[in-house]
Design a protein around this ligand. Structure first.
Ligand code: CO
Length: 210
């Protein structure tokens, strides 16, 4: 019997052969470099595969994923990805995509000790506290959780805009930061329409003189 990891290698062989059949130059083109238009910041959840749900192919999207699609201003991993995507790859759109049914959001809403992950979820609890009045006015707990998913995305759009990388880009070119939510109940993405593309969209205290 095949080990489960061996299925991945077999799946890869099938995929590679399929790609070559559709386009004999597919891999040759990939070796020439990447020129993605989008940076995707999404949740690590296995049910939210960035390329698959957006119908994008290899080379079209630069991707960063973490638990609950957070933009934490001390996260060197995210900041490095952001810097490279904006400064070197010159992406035109950054998409923060949350999703309903997010385990990270649900965990942050509760009081259970989640061990080391507590440190990460703490950032979501701050979002909760900031919007506590609105959230606690929603009596249905599932609806409250869904709203926190949305508010968290909006907060991360703001967090991205607070970075010097995004503000410097805005100073010289077009760059849009979008907030979306994916629902794996129907496979559809909702645009929260909270796009930010200039420094005046941001609270004055976070604006840098450039
Ligand atoms: Co999630």
């Amino acid at each position: 019997m095949k080990e489960s990891y061996e299925r991945l290698l077999e799946g890869n062989k099938t995929w590679s052969a399929e790609k070559l059949k559709q386009d004999p130059d597919f891999f040759k083109n990939l070796t020439l470099g990447q020129n993605p238009e989008y940076l995707w910041i999404g949740c690590s959840d296995s049910r939210v595969p960035a390329n698959e749900i957006t119908g994008t192919k290899s080379g079209q999207m630069f991707v960063h994923r973490n638990i609950a699609n957070m933009v934490v201003h001390t996260d060197m991993n995210l900041l490095s990805v952001l810097y490279y995507a904006v400064e070197v790859l010159h992406v035109k759109h950054i998409i923060i995509c949350g999703h309903y049914g997010c385990g990270g959001i649900a965990a942050a809403m509760g009081n259970k000790d989640n061990g080391f992950v507590n440190n990460w979820l703490r950032n979501i609890k701050e979002v909760y506290e900031k919007h506590k009045t609105e959230l606690e006015s929603i009596t249905d707990l599932k609806k409250r959780e869904n709203r926190l998913v949305e508010l968290n995305v909006i907060e991360q759009v703001h967090n991205l805009s607070k970075t010097i990388v995004v503000q410097k880009a805005w100073n010289k070119r077009e760059l849009q930061v979008h907030g979306w939510v994916y629902g794996f109940n129907n496979g559809l993405i909702t645009d929260l329409k909270v796009m930010m593309d200039e420094i005046s969209d941001l609270e004055p205290i976070f604006r840098y003189d450039l």
